[in-house]
Write a protein that binds this ligand. Structure first.
Ligand code: PEP
Ligand code: MG
Length: 570
């Protein structure tokens, strides 16, 4: 049995198909016919582009924005400096494989040294290019499509967009990779593909062989190779039950989101781009609870100008139509850095110039964004949301900028929604403690419990070393949530929750009891949250929440939660 990171949930039982996307071995030979070697290199790059474009065509519809990575790889390969460096090595007598290896490694190490998330992603792309080019040069095909038989489980060192594009999605029942963390590119791809996947399983490629039986349990993050008959049967049954459960959820498509006693809630989807908006709508969301715009910035080399941003926001709000599209102003800093915005390296980026703090220091960037959002607001139901707010002053300053931008638009006779709402994310303890005051000035709240939990518990959300402390079930977090929601209820402003915990079945009735109005979740969780809500009366949820609130440690709470949950669920 192997352990890894599960995403997305499900079970897959099938036979291994290894996709060897590791660097192949080759001989470092000296060459004398430089021209012929350059031709060989050029032929390989042509093949690379042909395969990539073919993959891109397959991928574009299925994976939306993720496909851009492949386009980016073609651009990187065409990069003039890289090309001339490779040419120079070849003219010095280095064979093509070796030249590609040296040059790509140099670029990768320069990019990696920046320590910047987006630049490092580019380094990972160069590494992919290197491996694929050398595989083509050495004549080792990457993988053949006819290898995919019904019930295949892909085992690879890494899940790349190229693999995602080339695999036959109807035949693949599971994916296992050696690399990948919960927030990696592989995880995003796996989520979009919707195939049970376990990432980060060390040494799995060399531990399996083609055709071997394998069970992928991406509910628990486990992989079992060569299962005995009983295990195989058990997993097949779990897979069947899981699929039946999913089937049952389909009954909630197109339904209102209501508790068992008729209280109405809304379920929105979280989005980081247009593809997510589409996925959310396909998943039957009632709007987009967070449209995280930093990804619009992270996906380009320069800051997108007002028109470019306007196009994106307009496209998103035309898709959501009458339903709300909550656009979050850029939340950079923390773990998200954008080189061209000139954010200084900080000792403690999560406590640094992040989110609205950054924007208020660069009012031009914020004003451009607000203007693009306001212009788009003439085409749908847009609301604006501020991330990482800690003081009322930040809200007032932003409102002031919004007023200024509105005046500019009015002067320019450009249409916008005059009543556009401005809400705040409650994700710092300061904002949570001051929720009563914020509720008097903000148009709505959205609780970001990914961050709120890390700041309340003073434990970095990405640091394994303190993951025992980082829990949305800690009584400190539950108490804070109850206060924040009550403050919003008192002022009668809508309050939503958009952190990951709000989709957990045990969390849903707690939030219902507190008085939450809206849940904003991954598109894969919309129906399961709607179903969960339907199983609770408000009274039962309140009894359940009261019992949870009686615990003073999360350990005791988690030991008892299942029993309490079962006691009250309808
Ligand atoms: C959160 O903090 O809960 C949230 C939704 O925002 P992000 O995860 O993007 O910081
Ligand atoms: Mg956050």
């Amino acid at each position: 049995m192997y352990k890894g990171i599960a995403c997305p949930a499900g079970y897959g039982v099938g036979k291994v198909i290894i996709i060897n996307n590791a660097l192949p071995s080759y001989r470092e030979v000296r060459i004398t016919d430089h021209e012929k070697e350059w031709e060989r290199y050029e032929k390989a790059t042509e093949a690379f582009k042909k395969y990539t474009l073919h993959a891109l065509k397959r991928l574009k519809n299925a994976l939306g924005d993720e496909a851009d990575v492949l386009e980016g790889q073609i651009r990187l390969l065409d990069d003039h400096t890289m090309q001339s460096e490779i040419k120079r090595r070849i003219s010095e007598g280095v064979c093509a494989e070796w030249a590609v290896h040296i040059v790509c490694d140099r670029v990768t190490s320069i990019l990696t040294a920046t320590g910047d998330g987006l630049t490092m992603q580019r380094a990972a792309d160069i590494n992919d290019i290197k491996i694929r080019l050398i595989r083509i040069l050495t004549g080792i095909d990457e993988f053949e499509l006819d290898k995919f038989k019904e019930g295949s489980v892909i085992v690879a060192s890494k899940l790349t967009p190229y693999i995602a594009a080339r695999m036959d999605r109807d035949k693949v029942v599971g994916i296992v990779t050696e690399e990948g963390t919960k927030t990696s590119h592989s995880a995003v791809l796996a989520e979009v593909l919707g195939i049970p996947t376990v990432l980060g399983v060390d040494g799995i490629v060399s531990s399996v062989s083609n055709g071997m039986n394998i069970c992928v349990d991406s509910v628990r993050g486990m992989v079992i190779t060569e299962p005995d008959k009983a295990t195989k049967i058990k997993y097949k049954e779990q897979q069947k039950a899981y699929l039946q459960e999913q089937e049952k959820l389909n009954a909630f498509i197109g339904k209102d989101t209501k508790s068992a006693d008729g209280t109405t809630f809304k379920i929105y989807a979280n989005a980081t781009g247009i593809a997510d908006v589409k996925a959310g709508l396909e998943g039957d969301c009632q709007g987009i609870g967070v449209f995280a715009t930093e990804y619009v910035f992270m996906g380009s080399r320069n800051a997108p100008d007002e028109d470019r941003q306007f196009e994106v926001y307009k496209e998103a709000c035309e898709l959501t139509g009458k339903n709300p599209l909550v656009i979050r102003t850029i939340d950079i800093g923390g773990d998200k850095r954008i080189p061209y915005l000139g954010i200084e390296k900080e000792e403690n980026p999560f406590l640094g110039v992040r989110g609205i703090r950054f924007c208020l220091r660069k009012p031009d960037i914020l004003k451009t964004q607000l203007k693009a959002i306001l212009r788009a607001s003439a085409f749908g139901n847009i609301k604006i949301m501020m991330p990482m707010v800690s003081t009322l002053r930040e809200l007032r300053q932003t409102r002031q900028l919004l007023t200024e931008v509105k005046a500019e638009l009015k002067k320019e006779k450009i249409k916008y929604d005059k009543n556009i709402e401005l809400g705040v994310m409650i994700e710092t303890p300061a904002a949570a403690i001051m929720a009563d005051a914020f509720a008097k000035e903000a148009d709505f709240f959205s609780i970001g419990n990914n961050d709120l939990t890390q700041y309340i518990m003073a434990s970095d959300r990405g640091n394994e070393g303190v993951s025992n402390l980082y829990s949305a079930f800690d009584p400190a977090v539950l108490r804070m949530l109850r206060q924040v929601i009550a403050a919003a209820n008192r002022e009668k402003i809508p309050v939503s929750n958009c952190g990951e915990a709000c989709a957990i079945p045990y969390y849903v009735p707690f939030l219902m009891a507190c008085g939450l109005n809206e849940f904003s979740v991954s598109h894969t969780k919309i129906l399961s949250v709607r179903s969960e809500i339907s199983k609770w009366t408000i009274e039962a949820a309140q009894d359940y929440a009261d019992e949870l609130m009686s615990f003073t440690t999360k350990e005791e709470l988690l030991e008892n939660i299942e029993t309490i949950y079962k006691k009250y669920i309808q």
